[in-house]
Design a protein around this ligand. Structure first.
Ligand code: HEM
Length: 331
């Protein structure tokens, strides 16, 4: 009898969700694990919270990992797979970090729910929690789940934008993934925290488009400051904050947009957002508005829907996020 009642309750709840249209995001939905691993979000939060206390740079690292996984081949955790020629071996992914934290979360989740929660969902949940932590608790978005893990990971399939692309070229890549221009402008707000290596901006500092001069779209004062941190001919590849507002380079907030509006963008694509006719007004509106964090959360949900695998014949739930289930550990 008890089983019957709970089945009816589940049915009513599902119908209610469908009829009101809330909680449904394509194949994904809020609370996907509420029946078979109801504690998953608490487990993820706990492990992520401990990792953030140890090293808060895990927040930008994980946001970038989520972007790189979703953008190439969809949000299927293919970036996590080890292998001599897997996605993580492609050059734009060589500086991606956060794999160990995903391993820790997966182990903690497996202890409670054996092969129920996908690695792709773990990335999405962990990233959500880290956005909250990096905003100082000022924002939290709900992220639907139900992704399956992919079985294919190839460095050759990695397809990410380069900082040298124009806004239009970058927007075309987002469009191929059903992400709008607005999503793109908001998601690049991920650069309000985290760092870049000097190697990505040396041309802007010393030899922009083979002119032997700095990029004229960078504030000369910033050129001088960054040249000190990224000296020409240095044998080491230093790191620079992506958000040059020193008081908020580690805080998820609107300051990145304010900086690029005054020519203090670090990556070329960031500066182009503020200068290009396609995106200039959006940047001004975000910089002057007070809803960036909420809108960033919505864009992160949209990013999390890119080419999701939901049919069991196309995906799986891994036991270890580093290997597919075509191995003895999975049985
Ligand atoms: C659209 C074009 C994009 C380009 C060309 C781009 C490029 C880059 C580059 C070159 C770096 C520095 C990497 C390094 O030095 O190792 C970086 C860092 C970062 N990117 Fe992007 N990015 C883009 C979009 C995004 C998006 C959409 C997000 C978030 C959803 C994002 C989040 C980050 C974060 C958080 C970091 C800092 C990582 C860290 O500190 O470990 N990026 N990006």
């Amino acid at each position: 009898m008890a089983v019957k009642i709970s089945t009816i309750e589940v049915l009513i709840l599902s119908l209610a969700l469908l009829s009101f249209g809330h909680g449904c995001y394509g194949q994904l939905r809020l609370g996907f694990y509420s029946q078979n691993c109801q504690n998953v979000e608490n487990i993820v939060s706990k492990v992520v919270g401990e990792a953030f206390i140890k090293d808060s740079s895990i927040a930008p690292a994980m946001i970038r990992l989520y972007f790189h996984d979703c953008f190439s081949n969809g949000c299927d955790a293919s970036l996590l797979l080890d292998g001599s020629n897997s996605e993580k071996k492609a050059s734009p992914n060589l500086s991606v970090r956060g794999y160990e934290v995903i391993d820790d979360i997966k182990s903690a989740v497996e202890k409670e729910c054996d092969r129920v929660v996908s690695c792709a969902d773990i990335i999405a949940l962990a990233t959500r929690d880290l956005v909250t932590l990096a905003s100082g608790g000022k924002t939290r978005y709900e992220i639907p789940t139900g992704r399956l893990d992919g079985k294919i990971s190839s460095a050759l399939l990695v397809d990410l934008p380069s900082p040298k692309m124009t806004v239009a070229e970058t927007a075309a890549k987002f469009d191929q993934r059903k992400l709008s221009l607005t999503d793109m402008v908001l998601l690049l707000g991920g650069h309000t925290i985290g760092v870049t290596h000097c190697s990505f901006i040396m041309d802007r500092l010393y030899n922009f488009q083979n002119t032997q001069k700095p990029d004229p779209s960078m504030d000369p004062k910033l050129v001088e400051e960054l040249s000190g941190k990224c000296p020409k001919g240095s044998s080491t590849d230093g790191i620079i904050n992506l958000d040059q507002n020193a008081t908020s380079s580690n805080t998820m907030d609107v300051s990145f947009y304010k900086e690029i509006k005054v020519s203090r963008g670090v990556l070329h694509i960031d500066q182009k957002l503020a200068n290009d006719d396609l995106t200039r007004k959006m940047v001004t509106d975000i910089a002057n508005g007070n809803d960036f964090l909420v809108r960033f959360g919505q864009a992160m949900v949209n990013l999390g829907s890119v080419r999701v695998i939901s049919k069991p014949k196309d995906g799986e739930i891994r036991r270890s996020c580093r290997s597919t289930c075509n191995n003895p550990l999975c049985v």
